[in-house]
Design a protein around this ligand. Structure first.
Ligand code: ADQ
Length: 525
């Protein structure tokens, strides 16, 4: 594959990141240089398949949306590269073309520079790949787009073009790729000749690996040596996530506990060996949440704002939540909430299994979620038996998600594995005590109400393990027991709400990691 610059650039689709004939129109149209401003300490290109609020299917979007703002306080200027899906294109106010690709995997494409929702964006406007109905990955029937490997290879080719400095005038010091969709970006940069930016790959969920037929290698335009165990080859196929984990200068995941778990054969989903081999280049940095959006004292989606010193106000939100879903408006009924994808990962089948036991305690349950039809069916069945005590809301509903956090007494997250988890962080901030399995980031963010933590006054929620229906039932009984002691419950709510769940610490850690990676690359070159 060509490295940088037009001089070496063939025009074959199998070499998508080489300089196309269109050239750099931004360079041609830019006004004369203004007096030099101090250059920001570090420029990062974030490569992601989703970013809140433009396009979201899960927590990756939240992270990609919030991290740039938090990094700005740590001397990092971030530009976010996303595919030009219809909903992204529709959100752009003013977009400036900064580069043309004559042929980006089967059609012409443009790179647009724009801002939207406070984000500085580069958009891959490739209608043949992204302008279609459906979500970012699935068609309207819920099937993966057959050309997903190509769609995200194109994102990677655009990332590499920006990273290598021949797509527009902005060039990053570092490229930060998220999940398997950014594997090609990391691979193109790793196999580029000449200087390149440092690279960081972050795993938000090891279960999604982007594994495709070996024949794809020819289409990607990677050099033959890429097809080895040291490169993109993964158990006889092409592995996008594997490539990122193997080839990025630094690899991170979203909590220290998950970083430990996925280094083991039990938790590593086939990639533990690759991760162990990275040694100290692989680490866990705990996610935060956007505390501007998730602020119970000033949340436009919450009818009764409240803080740790005005917890009584929460009662109005609980009543509003019960009313909106047709539950009895009992203030003393312990109201559990769930906001989640309904999947095996999230362990909600365990909840279905134990719902009868929960009903016997007199508690109420509100579930907002979408996904597995069998889990939804199980919940619907119980809701039909207890219409005034159990409600299931399907679909994606931002307003209801906020109201559940603000009105439920406890939030259930019984995940089988959880890289970090964001809903328990929102729950801490909103005083809905999180009830979580002792895995991954759930383990790192919730302090269990065991006798020692209660005596020390530091408990913020409930943990259970092992992750089983019986384990869940046991913790539900502990929660019900503690609910009877309202002063203790209230103390826990105050602790929970005072927990620092912001991005600040994580942003400092990412900024430090970026600087190390950039410094090492400079030395290595
Ligand atoms: N029906 C619905 N309506 C409205 N909002 C809904 C919703 N269902 C879910 N959400 C929202 O979607 C987000 C889900 O984030 P999570 O971190 O809990 O899970 P996810 O598994 O998608 O993310 C993966 O990536 C993130 C980010 O790194 C990791 O924290 C996580 O462990 C990993 O599995 C939250 O903001 C939640 O409020």
């Amino acid at each position: 594959m060509a490295a940088t610059g037009a001089a070496t650039a063939p025009q074959s689709p199998a070499d998508p990141i080489s300089e196309p004939a269109g050239g750099d129109i931004a360079a041609a149209t830019e006004p004369p240089a203004a007096p030099a401003e101090p250059r920001p300490a570090l420029r990062a290109l974030s490569v992601t398949s989703e970013v809140y609020p433009l396009v979201k299917t899960g927590g990756l979007a939240d992270v990609a949306g919030a991290l740039p703002k938090a990094l700005a306080d740590h001397g990092v200027e971030t530009v976010t590269l996303v595919p030009g899906y219809p909903r992204v294109m529709a959100a752009l106010e003013a977009a400036e073309p900064v580069h043309f690709f004559a042929d980006l995997f089967g059609g012409p494409a443009r790179l647009l520079r724009a801002s939207a929702a406070g984000l500085d964006l580069l958009i891959v406007d490739a209608p043949h790949l992204y302008d279609r109905p459906g979500g970012p990955y699935l068609d309207p029937n819920g099937q993966d787009f057959a050309d997903n490997p190509i769609r995200f290879a194109a994102l990677g080719a655009a990332a590499a073009a920006v990273g290598l400095g021949y797509a527009g005038s902005w060039q990053p010091d570092l490229v930060h790729g998220h999940d398997w969709q950014s594997g090609p970006a990391i691979a193109y940069l790793a196999y580029a000749e000449g200087p390149r930016p440092a690279t960081v790959a972050t795993v938000h969920n090891l279960a999604f690996q982007g594994q495709f037929a070996l024949s794809l290698v020819g289409v990607l335009g990677l050099p033959p040596r890429a097809l080895s165990v040291e490169g993109v080859e993964y158990f006889g196929s092409v592995g996008y996530l594997k490539a990122a984990l193997r080839l990025a200068d630094r690899v991170t995941t979203v909590s220290p506990s998950y970083a430990r778990e996925i280094r083991t054969p039990e938790g590593g989903m086939g990639l533990d060996g690759v991760l162990r081999a990275r040694g100290a280049a692989f680490s866990g940095i705990l996610n935060g949440i956007d505390t501007g959006i998730w602020n119970p004292q000033a949340d436009p989606l919450v009818p009764h704002p409240f803080g740790p010193d005005s917890l009584a106000e929460r009662q109005g939100n609980k009543a509003a939540l019960q009313r909106s879903l047709g539950l009895d408006e009992h203030r003393d009924a312990l109201l559990f909430g769930v906001v989640s994808r309904l999947t095996w990962q999230k362990g909600l089948d365990l909840l279905v299994d134990r719902l009868d036991a929960l009903m016997m305690t007199g508690a109420q349950l509100v579930v907002l979620g979408d996904g597995d039809a069998a889990i939804a069916e199980g919940l619907r069945g119980i809701a039909a038996q207890h219409p005034n005590r159990v409600a299931l809301a399907t679909g994606y509903d931002e307003g209801l998600a906020h109201l559940i956090q603000a009105g439920a007494d406890a939030l259930l997250v019984p995940s089988r594995f959880e890289p970090c988890g964001l809903t328990q962080l929102c729950a801490l901030r909103y005083g809905a005590l999180p009830v979580v399995s002792r895995v991954g980031g759930l383990n790192d963010t919730v302090i269990d109400a065991n006798p020692v933590a209660l005596a020390a006054g530091v408990a913020t929620g409930f943990q259970f393990g092992p992750v089983s229906a019986l384990g869940l039932e046991a913790v539900l009984h502990r929660v019900v027991e503690l609910w009877r002691d309202r002063p203790a419950w209230r103390r826990m709510q105050e602790n929970a709400m005072r927990t620092d769940v912001s991005w600040d610490r994580a942003a400092a850690a990412y900024a430090a990691l970026y600087r190390q990676a950039v410094a090492e690359r400079a030395v290595g070159e």
